[in-house]
Design a protein around this ligand. Sequence first.
Ligand SMILES: *Cc1c(COP(=O)(O)O)cnc(C)c1O
Length: 379
Amino acid sequence: MSTIPFNKPYLTGKEVHFIYQAVASGKISGDGMFTKKCHSFFEKRYGYQKCLLTSSCTDALEMAAILVNIQPGDEVIMPSYTFVSTATAFVLRGANIVFCDSRSDRPGIDEDKIEALITSKTKAIVPVHYAGVACDMDKIMDLAAKYNLFVIEDAAQAIESYYTGRDGVKRPLGSIGHLAAFSFHETKNIMSGEGGMLVINDEKFIERAEIVREKGTNRSKFFRGELDKYGWVDIGSSFLPSDIIAAFLYAQLENIDDIQKKRIALWEKYMELLAPLKDKFSLPVIPPYATNNAHMFYIVCHSIEDRTKLIAHIKANGILAVYHYLSLHKSEFYENKYQGPELHETDRYTDCLLRLPMYYELTMDDVEKVCKTIESAQL
Ligand SMILES: *Cc1c(COP(=O)(O)O)cnc(C)c1O
């Protein structure tokens, strides 16, 4: 019996060719030829003001925490149902994390529960576009304006996803908050093994971002010929990736339309085949203001028992499905620090959400097999 894995990183075939070019160019440290190509790809395609490749989305979030000047004791509001990096990036700067519950219809932050969590110490809100589906950014940006807060989009899963606000303008995710962080980890739609990007939408952060990314030095300015020597001017770290990583990434970016078309077709097939089973579990919801980038196909079971049963049943049929995100407020690291209320929706997704196989090389036949197998489970 052939098995269907949960994920399989897709290679376009050009990656090694571009890496060869990067190596042959003689400059394989950061900000070489391919890094520049990636930056201008993103800035042209999405109209982002400034993009900076990083070694990971975690790094981009850590840069964001430095740029908005998080100080010990500052509060940062974010969902509990997210990857640890959303929180650790701010915890490293001494922030207290204020966890917000998820929505009842999907795992994103419940925008209507944010305002009650804002205090005089709140410095930033970090919405996570879970599964690449936009949070209701108008509501979040209104709160940020009202209380003078920064918004940092965790757009790790959100490449090629859009939000249409009340002004009717369709904007790419990552272009709305003051800052945004993307991931190119191998589990994401567009990947370079490890990799990430910081997007800067507020001009005042650009100069300092270049410094923080270059170990606290003004080396970027020096390389552009704007200074005759460079030195240590701020805090920072080594957040920039080698041009070898950028070369790999560029090969993927050249194929973004093809990759997205294929993933969306698979996602829609899942939706079509599972729709008749909607009494057994719930299906993903894409709100009218969001687009679907097919980062993930998940279902939400009625109970943890159902999910355990379903995982075992499909595994016995050679299909690997996984769940993720133990509520961060109940993690070993944060449990004793958490003083807020129960987060019932967060806990429900932790117990009941199941991710189905989703990757470029998955076939329509595979999707049919997964769906038939799910249908045959006794739920
Ligand atoms: C993948 C992911 C990250 C971390 O990305 P890395 O590039 O591995 O650092 C952060 N947040 C979310 C929501 C993610 O899905």
